[in-house]
Design a protein around this ligand. Structure first.
Ligand code: PEP
Ligand code: MN
Length: 299
């Protein structure tokens, strides 16, 4: 028996339960709108003067968290000098301990907005909860859904109702299909401006913070038209490992990077060990420039 039409609404388990049914096979992916079949060419997500998913590699860089005015201005100024257009920085931080720095909240959003405006940059920052939607929309250009919230379907539906781009990070326990289903939640709610981010998954390996699943990049790209970027910082947890992984991500076909950079990593209030200092970041950019050229990408 073959079923055609809007089969996404059917849960295979509901058919498998009938007597006499040996198995149920999906011929089409359950993520219709995110699927490569709905659109073959990579979607280009446009925000201000920035394009993600075009031929140019986009680098989103900045501190883990906005800490104070001087810190975010210093970092923005230096990144701007290096040609970076997208400034990252968390104002609401999902920390693994309630005793760790939780972010400056609205004050942090105001600071990163002001610093970005000063240098004509675009802001990406994480939305932690549906209750912050209008606040985030006011200050931020790209709303980030963190790894911990990839399964927060209520939040995915809410960011699906706005038009600003969403950076959807893979949960460390998520399969590629689950990531794409989360993207489907956002697109089917009305927002097709979704960028995916591979940020490492949890495996038995304990040497690093996570295991960067670089092979996920070509796999995701073969299944969806959405742009894919890589976060080598949270994936590895160490700046010296993040550097070669950033380079490898471009070779793997990523459309960009999300990378933590701090003017004084040793004094960072969060994720200092994995943050690149400005000098290291500058030399990484030089190499990324060469690698991008080799890959036929603009930089
Ligand atoms: C972040 O990018 O600020 C972050 C918290 O990353 P993740 O959600 O991937 O852990
Ligand atoms: Mn961080």
């Amino acid at each position: 028996v073959e079923i055609i039409g809007n089969t996404e609404i059917i849960d295979p388990k509901e058919i498998k339960i009938f007597e006499g049914v040996h198995g149920v096979i999906r011929i089409r992916e359950p993520y219709l709108l995110a699927s490569k079949k709905s659109q073959n060419k990579t979607s280009v997500i446009r925000v201000k003067d920035v394009e993600i998913g075009g031929n140019a590699i986009q680098i989103m860089a900045g501190p883990c968290a906005v800490e104070n005015e001087k810190q975010i201005y210093t970092i923005a100024q230096n990144l701007n000098k290096l040609g970076i257009k997208i400034l990252r920085g968390g104002a609401f931080k999902p920390r693994s301990s309630p005793y760790f720095f939780q972010g400056l909240e609205e004050k942090g959003l105001k600071l990163i907005r002001a610093a970005a405006d000063e240098y004509k940059m675009t802001v990406v920052s994480e939305i932690l909860d549906t209750k912050y939607l209008s606040l985030m929309e006011k200050y931020v250009d790209i709303l980030q859904i963190g790894s911990r919230n990839m399964y927060n379907y209520a939040l995915l539906k809410e960011v699906g109702k706005i038009t600003k781009p969403v950076l959807l990070k893979r949960a460390w326990s998520a399969t590629i299909e689950e990531l794409l289903m989360s993207a489907e939640y956002i697109i089917s709610s009305g927002n097709k401006n979704v960028v995916l981010c591979e940020r490492g998954i949890r495996t038995f390996e304990q040497s690093l913070r996570n295991t960067l699943d670089l092979s996920a990049v070509p796999v995701i790209k073969s299944r969806t038209h959405l742009p894919v970027i890589v976060d080598p910082s949270h994936a590895t947890g160490f700046h010296e490992i993040a550097v070669p992984m950033a380079e490898s991500a471009i070779v793997a076909g990523a459309d960009g990077l999300l990378i933590e950079v701090h003017d004084r990593p040793a004094r960072a209030l969060s994720d200092g060990i994995q943050s690149l200092d400005l000098r290291t970041f500058k030399s990484l950019l030089k190499r990324l420039h060469e690698i991008s050229k080799f890959m036929g990408r603009d930089f």
